[in-house]
Design a protein around this ligand. Structure first.
Ligand code: YH5
Length: 280
C-alpha cells in the first residue's frame, strides 16, 4: 500500500502527495475553461510539477452540482490533446472519466490513471481499465451530478460509503485490476450534505484500513465556502486547512487546484501524523 502502480509508472506513497487539477471544460466555473488550449494546459502542468505535484488530473466532464455530461466525442476532443501535450512530463497523468471509449483514447494518448467519480459502475469502463493496466481512483458518489445535491440521504454515511468502496475494490480485483493499482475516495461533496462531509472527515481513519491508498478532494468546494463564507476564488486557506487535517488522518493523495500551498500543507499534516503518539 506504500506505492501506486498505474500504467507504466510506480508512484511512491510512503509520504503523501498532491494531485494538481486541470479542468478542460468550457463551463468549468472555477477555472473558466482557460486550459482547453493544450499549450496553456502544458504551461500550467509544468508549473504544477515544478511546485511538487506528483499527479495531474485532467477532466473533460464538469461534475459540479447540476452539470450534464458532454457527448463522448466532445469529452475525447477536450481531454486527448491535453494528455498528449503533457505526456512527456515527469508526472503521473490521471484522467477524470466514467466512459470506456474515453479510457481507450486517453490510454493511447499516455494517461496512467483513471479517476472515475462514478467508481467504475459502467462494466465497459472496468473492462477498459483492466485491458490497459491503468491505475484507478474509485470515488463514491450518491446519484448523478445533475441532481446529487438535491437531497443526499444516508442512514450512516461513513459505514455506507466505506462498505460501498470495499465492495468496489473486490469488483475491480475480480475484473483483473490488482489492488496495487487502486486508490479510493469518499467523494466529498458528491451527493453529500455539509453534515455528511463533516462526518466523513471526522471518521476519515475508517477509510485507511481497506488496503489501498486514500485520496481526498476538498479544494475550493462548497463545504469550504460554507465554513469560511468565502466565494470560490477565496477558498485557498480553507482548502489547505482541510488538506492538512486529511493527511494527519491518513490521506495519501490530496487533489488540489493550487499545488504549492497544498504541498506545504501535506508536509505539515504528514509530520503531525508521523509524530502522533510520540511523547515529548
Ligand atoms: C474529488 O473530490 N472532485 S470535480 C465544486 C466546487 C469546487 C470544486 C462548488 N473530481 C473530486 O473539484 N475526483 C472533482 O465548488 C474529483 N475526488 C476525485 N477523485 C469537483 C470539484 C469542485 C466542485
Amino acid at each position: 500500500m506504500n506505492a501506486l502502480r498505474a500504467g507504466s509508472r510506480v508512484l511512491p506513497l510512503e509520504a503523501p502527495v498532491v494531485m494538481g487539477v486541470i479542468n478542460v471544460t468550457p463551463d468549468s466555473f472555477s477555472d473558466g475553461g482557460r486550459y482547453q488550449d493544450p499549450s496553456v494546459a502544458l504551461a500550467l502542468a509544468t508549473r504544477m510539477v515544478a511546485e511538487g505535484a506528483r499527479l495531474i488530473d485532467v477532466g473533460g466532464e464538469s461534475t459540479r452540482p447540476g452539470s450534464q455530461p458532454p457527448s463522448i466525442e466532445e469529452e475525447i476532443r477536450r481531454v486527448v490533446p491535453v494528455v498528449e501535450a503533457i505526456a512527456h512530463l515527469d508526472v503521473m497523468i490521471s484522467v477524470d472519466t466514467s466512459r470506456a471509449a474515453v479510457i481507450d483514447a486517453v490510454a493511447a494518448a499516455g494517461a496512467h490513471l483513471i479517476n472515475d467519480v462514478r467508481g467504475f459502475t459502467q462494466p465497459a469502463a472496468l473492462a477498459a481499465l483492466a485491458r490497459h493496466q491503468l491505475g484507478a481512483c474509485v470515488m463514491h458518489m450518491q446519484g448523478e451530478p445533475v441532481s446529487m445535491q438535491v437531497a443526499p440521504h444516508y442512514q450512516a454515511v461513513v459505514a455506507e460509503v466505506r462498505a460501498w468502496l470495499s465492495q468496489r475494490i473486490r469488483l475491480c480485483e475480480a475484473a483483473g485490476i490488482e489492488r496495487t493499482r487502486l486508490v479510493i475516495d469518499p467523494g466529498f461533496g458528491f451527493g453529500k450534505s455539509i453534515a455528511h462531509n463533516e462526518a466523513l472527515m471526522a471518521q476519515l481513519e475508517q477509510f485507511t484500513d481497506l488496503g489501498v491508498p486514500l485520496l481526498i478532494g476538498v479544494s475550493r468546494k462548497s463545504w469550504v465556502g460554507h465554513l469560511t463564507g468565502r466565494p470560490i476564488e477565496d477558498r485557498l486557506a480553507g482548502s489547505v486547512a482541510l488538506a492538512t487535517l486529511a493527511v494527519e488522518r491518513g490521506a495519501s493523495i490530496v487533489r488540489a487546484h493550487e499545488v504549492a500551498p497544498t504541498v506545504d500543507a501535506v508536509r505539515v499534516g504528514y509530520a503531525c501524523r508521523r509524530t502522533r503518539g510520540a511523547s515529548g
